[in-house]
Write a protein that binds this ligand. Sequence first.
Ligand code: SF4
Length: 291
Amino acid sequence: MEKLSRRELLKLSGAGALLGPLALSLQEASAQGMEAYEIQLPETTIYSSCLQCNTGCPIKVKLYEGVASKIDGNPLSPWTFRPHLPLNTPVDVVAKVDGALCPKGQAGIQTAYDPYRIRKVLKRAGPRGSGKWEEISFHQAVKEIVEGGKLFAHLGDERHYPGLKELWALKDPEVMNRMAQAVRAIWAEKNREKKQALVAKFKEVFKDYLHALIDPDHPDLGPKNNQVVSAWGRLKAGRSDFIRWFFGQSFGTVNLHGHTTVCQGSMYFTGKARSCQELCVRVCVRGAYRS
Ligand code: SF4
């Protein structure tokens, strides 16, 4: 193991006094006793984002003989190295400085090489709950999800499974808005007979669109579009805009549901809620795990 001496770090940074932030960062690294080791090479380091939780920390992944061998924080980011290295820091210098990363992020190697990691689309190949699956291509998966059909006929299941095409039943937003207003009025009516009369009126007013409803006698269930549920795991800005637009505004389902990870709950929201005191939070939550 080759240890970067303080002198070497300052030498790497050129004139430390002239490159203030860089010198500070490298000095910080030196003060922490950060050691250089053989896989810290710019040509075998990949910079990316951790997706072990929703936080998306910037990472550097070091390869050894083509295999991801160590994951650390990206020292170019203030989120994982403070103060971060200037963006014009030479790549061979950046490669020798590791930022902080939580244990779950460092364990990303286990996720990447998990023998049970699902890399292809799996389609059920037996009765529900049988645990039998077959690999299919993305092309086939997209086709079946969009077109629908008797997707499990080869298993003796002759039922028709509707595809997205079929469930995109109501396409006129103006009609949808008018239906929503009528449903609100039905919900607000507490008298049973009057409520039934409002449902009858609904069916008369929207008689041309009843085929597009899940159940015309229960207009509050909405159009068949609502049979599609968009359930996501990590949805950051950009992806969230696109998915909400695609499924919500464009496809027209109201069923959008997110869930998250333990890591996000404990770290991301805690950090975010206290971001006005972010230094304190980062030292408490992340600093304990700096590697
Ligand atoms: S908090 Fe940890 S697991 Fe979450 S993105 Fe950052 S390094 Fe990865």
